[in-house]
Design a protein around this ligand. Structure first.
Ligand code: KG4
Ligand code: ZN
Length: 338
């Protein structure tokens, strides 16, 4: 079956075409396209919801036309439309949902609402098979930091989460304190490559608490004090900025990796999926590799770690395989627990 997928929950407009075989579960991406709004929002230091909605509205229709044309497909070839229905920015979600609903009504195609985090969670399935159940997923994005036990498609238990800031948010806010542009995660990662992580001492929040929760707001405050002590972000030379970036990255990655491994141990599920934008971080991937004898790690390709529509197509496909019916009784949900 061929699925057209649409993602517009935050600051990327994305479309994808996925061809999946319901019987075997195998499938392939026929095309995908992402338009990032990062440059527009960077001027404001973060995502401006109203601007995001308008950009989605302008970008989405031509992107759908383009992806269908490139794949040589028409509406008659599409068996289902998958769309991110939440969580995310209400106005942004509504653009994708309204488009999907209108196209579905005109062309008589069922529309499947997809939970954005379920898309991230199942993204490793795009490049191979999902791990055997049960497995643990660490979802680390700009808005979420969750540890989820996955017992099957749709059988998700939240076993840990952040009590305040998300890991990606901590990267972004710390980057801003260093005078780096939005989004800060990739910038911090780039500078950290040249930095000495031991020069500045930063805390490892909640690492010694015997639970699976996280807290990153204290780390951001520690970065603020460290920058202030060094004379402010303008006074930092290149070496100090790189050293600080390396310290920030090391702290966030150590906490994430150790807690994720702890979750695998506690749940007796030695298979770990890391997903969400922060999963693109190469230090995180390197640190995880040191636990290879204890935990098998499944990582989506970096382009499928950050927001994309292929993961939305795959999540809809996985749901359809379980026999779940497309319902019409749903709406965009800015807040939607997994
Ligand atoms: O999943 P995502 O694309 O969007 C959300 O749903 O939030 O995640 C975006 C987050 C941002 O906070 C960004 O700074 C972070 O992922 N990020 C990274 C890297 N690439 C993206 N953080 C650390 N290292 C990276 N390489
Ligand atoms: Zn996301």
């Amino acid at each position: 079956m061929i699925i057209l997928a649409i993602e517009s929950s935050c600051d990327e407009t994305a479309t994808a075409l996925y061809d999946g075989d319901l019987a075997s579960g195998s499938g392939r991406i026929l095309g995908e396209c992402i338009a990032s709004q990062i440059e527009t929002h960077a001027r404001f230091g973060g995502v401006v919801p109203e601007v995001a909605s308008r950009e989605h509205l302008a970008a989405l229709p031509p992107m759908v036309d383009e992806i269908m044309q490139e794949a040589g497909l028409g509406w008659a070839d599409i068996d289902a439309i998958a769309v991110t229905a939440g969580p995310g920015l209400m106005g942004a979600l509504l653009v994708g949902v309204s488009y999907a609903r209108a196209a579905g009504a005109v062309h008589n195609i069922p529309v499947i609402p997809v939970h954005h985090m379920e898309g991230h969670l199942l993204a490793p399935g795009l490049s191979g098979e999902l791990p055997a159940f049960p497995f643990i997923t660490l979802l680390v994005s700009g808005g979420h930091t969750l540890l989820v036990r996955v017992d099957g498609i749709g059988a998700y238990s939240l076993i840990g989460q952040t009590l305040d800031d998300a890991a990606g948010e901590c990267f972004d806010k710390s980057a801003r304190l260093l005078g780096l542009p939005y989004p800060g995660g990739p910038e911090v990662a780039r500078l950290a490559l040249k930095g000495d992580a031991k020069r500045f001492k930063l805390p490892r929040p909640m690492l010694n608490k015997d639970n699976l929760d996280f807290s990153f707001s204290g780390l951001k405050t520690a970065v603020m004090y460290a920058v202030r002590k060094a004379g402010g972000s303008d006074a930092l030379d290149d070496t100090a900025r790189c050293d600080m970036a390396a310290a920030i990255e090391a702290s966030i990655c150590e906490v994430l990796v150790k807690k994720a491994v702890r979750a695998c141990r506690q749940q007796n599920a030695p298979r770990l999926v890391i997903a969400g934008g922060v999963a693109a971080n190469s230090s995180l991937r390197k640190l995880l590799a040191t636990y290879a004898d204890e935990v098998t790690v499944f990582l989506p390709e970096p382009k499928h770690c950050t927001d994309n529509a292929a993961m939305i197509a795959y999540a809809a496909f996985a749901r359809l395989r379980t026999g779940s019916e497309a319902s019409t009784d749903w709406d965009a949900r800015p807040r939607w627990p997994l």
